[in-house]
Design a protein around this ligand. Sequence first.
Ligand code: AMP
Length: 232
Amino acid sequence: SLLLNLSTVQPSNLPPKKMKNIVVFLGAPGAGKGTAAAAVAARTGARHVSTGAMLRDAVARGTPAGLEAKSYMEAGGLVPDEVLYRMVAELLAATPDGATLFFDGFPRNEAQAAKLDELAAASGATVASALLLDVSREALLERLGGRRVCPKCGAGFHVKSLPPKVEGVCDACGAELVTRVDDQPATIAHRLEVYESATAPVVGFYEKAGKLRRIDATGTPEDVAKAVEAQV
Ligand code: AMP
């Protein structure tokens, strides 16, 4: 009977392995994806993954991915999908089971959204939900214009709504804050066009999958963080 009992212990009878969970943050540049993802990640233990910050770091270090990405980023266009797929595949492989990842800036077109499902399935991860941070165009322009970023650790600030404790200095690591090259007015306009044409359709992708949650992101950074936290 012992043998019989053992033979019933098939893999399907074992508790499922803990999945890696992905929450996708959607919204136009300046909607506050990075700010909300960083704040809620700090409170919940999730990991904030900004593909833009990873790429800026790669550019600064002059890695092969950085060299490939640089000109696209400076023009405010999208970096070729293959560069992102390599980054995301490596990241998912290095993520422990049971962890939650907040994706900020990926996927940015429908092909990337479909590929994310594939890459996730291949590494024991699942896209749990997609949060759309909704704000008016006027608010986007105001937020992008006042945005400052730490070139060293990637922390984000805003001259009015999220000022650092000491003007021009990163709260987290003390480095001098900069304005992103792609936050210049002409480049901002182009990035908003890229969002409308390439990224906005991703909203429909997750709506069809029943994973979309809309969040009013007009309030203060704390208001938005609270609304996001209620959904994750
Ligand atoms: P972000 O910090 O999210 O605004 O990203 C800054 C820039 O990095 C973008 O304007 C793109 O050039 C590039 N980038 C970040 N994520 C992606 C992505 N998923 N696909 C293509 N390009 C991206």
